[in-house]
Ligand binder design. Structure first.
Ligand code: KG4
Ligand code: ZN
Length: 343
């Protein structure tokens, strides 16, 4: 059975994993850098890249040892080649190239977004192409029709901030630690989601695009006004994000006859968001699938799995594969009106 080593280093998580073509995760490890970036309230690219240099080789050795696998037993080495913070991407991609070269195995230069996009198929063998994917992470908020390996049609993207970025910035306003998503979700459980009036940007608009910048500013103002309990602000903010995601995804469902709705990316770890999307899928007669929370946030099992899917399709890369800061899954998609340029 195909055996793929996956490496991830595009943001602030260093990760390695060994995954087989028949969906077995033989070993996987993720090491975050939260404490290194916490004083800055966000990821500092240079600190991240240096940490990957220090951590990644040990993780590779660890997963190989845990699974009792030697490099020559691999079928290929998959490494994230973008999009992301370029310093970290270069570290992981070069580590993958070095290993591929030394073991004389093919390189799979994986798009991190494709890792998220295909991740539900690692744990859900019944999930077939095509499916409508809400990809919501710290850097991206997109609706994509996933038609096959390497075949993506983007229906919508954000015109300003990503959903995870909105969670992180709202958390910062509330004095909560980075990353903000888990902290807001926990605090929201103690609050009233109807307590604080907050905007739902773009809800009701014809194109299914997203916008979160206005919501982020409204949270800042609500915190500064001091009239509401932090838990009420957190709960109301999370409800506003849920309402935006549901309305925009409903619009995309009207434009796609894909039989399944899928959510992936770090924000998909949020229980309220998953539950709401599950309900939306049911209302529209679609199946619903989402990877377990640990597979939603950045990890290398999804990179190894995307590598396994690409390997099976014969899509191997050369050793001169570039590291890319930007790398859209659908290069033909037009920029959303008002969009700052994002991959
Ligand atoms: O996919 P990911 O790990 O990294 C990127 O590729 O960006 O996503 C990280 C993002 C962060 O913005 C984080 O706050 C958010 O996902 N996130 C969550 C939750 N867990 C992580 N957002 C909402 N609720 C959560 N439980
Ligand atoms: Zn990610």
């Amino acid at each position: 059975m195909t055996l793929i080593l996956g490496l991830e280093s595009s943001c602030d998580d260093s990760a390695a994993a060994l995954v087989t073509g028949d969906r077995r995760i033989l070993a996987q490890v993720v090491v975050g850098q939260n404490s290194a970036h916490a004083p800055f309230g966000g990821v500092v690219p240079e600190i991240a890249a240096r940490a990957h240099v220090e951590v990644l080789p040990g993780l590779i050795a660890q997963v190989l040892e845990e699974a009792g696998v030697r490099p020559h037993e691999l079928d290929a080495v998959a490494a994230t080649a973008g999009p992301g913070l370029i310093g970290g991407v270069m570290v992981g991609l070069l580590a993958g190239k070095g290993l591929a070269l030394a073991a004389n195995k093919p390189l799979l230069a994986v798009n991190h977004l494709e890792g998220h996009a295909l991740s539900p198929r690692l744990t859900d063998p019944t999930l077939a192409f095509p499916y409508l994917l809400l990809l919501a992470s710290g850097g991206h908020c997109q609706l994509l029709e996933v038609r096959g390996v390497g075949e993506y049609r983007r229906l919508a993207t954000t015109i300003d901030d990503a959903a995870g970025e909105a969670f992180d910035k709202a958390a910062k306003s509330l004095g909560l630690p980075y990353p903000g998503g888990p902290a807001i979700e926990a605090l929201a459980k103690e609050g009233d989601p109807a307590a604080v009036p907050l905007p739902r940007p773009l809800v009701g608009s014809a194109e299914p695009h997203f916008s979160f910048a206005g919501l982020k500013s409204a949270v800042q103002r609500a915190v500064a006004a001091g009239a509401h309990a932090p838990a009420d602000i957190a709960a109301s903010f999370q409800q506003a994000v849920v309402d935006c995601l549901i309305d925009r995804t409903r619009r995309a469902l009207e434009r796609s006859d894909a039989p399944a709705l899928v959510v992936a990316g770090g924000v998909a770890a949020n229980g309220a968001i998953r539950a709401a999307l599950q309900g939306l899928a049911t209302d529209h007669g679609r199946a619903f699938s989402s990877p377990p929370a640990w597979l939603c946030t950045d990890n290398a099992a999804m990179i190894a799995w995307a590598g396994a899917e690409r390997f099976a399709a014969g899509l191997i890369d050369r050793l001169d594969a570039p590291a890319r800061a930007r790398w859209p899954l659908d290069p033909t998609a037009e920029a959303a009106r008002g969009a700052g340029v994002k991959a």
